[in-house]
Design a protein around this ligand. Sequence first.
Ligand code: PRP
Ligand code: URA
Length: 208
Amino acid sequence: MSDQVHVLDHPLARVLVTQLRDQDTPSDRFRVAMQRLAALLFMDASRHIQTQSISVQTPITSTQGDKLARPVVLVPVLRAGLGLVDGILHLVPDAVVAHIGIARDEATAKPHSYYAKLPSLLSNADVFLLDPMLATGGSAIEAARQLKEAGTKSLRLVGVVACPQGIDAFCQAHPDVPLHTAAVDSHLNDRSYIVPGLGDAGDRYFGT
Ligand code: PRP
Ligand code: URA
């Protein structure tokens, strides 16, 4: 596996992925598992972000501490990427949340871009593209393209389940964007769904 790909190796992550895979997990528990997993993934994906030294007064004395040097921007790909936002906001409540809307064409699996609301501060921010599923890679590739075109310089993709085809396509299109995932699955089926996967992440998260 290329150095660009980071697979979260943690027992809690494996337990949460298993809950997401289980077809008997109802939407309420699916949401909770997705949000918890998002926090674990973000802990790893945010390891590199820079801090700035500040002084702080404790009840006892003054000491040196840290604050984030730059804004954090979370960019969920609608819809399923929204499932990763709340868990990360528990860790960085002041993060900016931008949105990109992309839907796969059900017949061709090609990405269709239908919405974007991006802030102007992208070039000076640590930006995290959130999409739980990397199948063909088409949606994430297009979302990363839009973010770069809008000025993003520090970008990472955070997902839950990826398959080799999507990883290869993404790494070829964006070799400068690290990819974080909780699992690497076997392959795509004839409808371009990940096997074993977890089904349609958006439908399961939103109960549609
Ligand atoms: C799903 C998923 C990803 C995309 C992955 O979205 O959330 O965005 O498919 O597939 P790809 O790697 O082949 O592009 P979908 O288009 O089903 O929209 P939804 O999240 O609104 O259900
Ligand atoms: N989108 C999903 O939600 N699941 C897949 O397996 C592939 C694309």
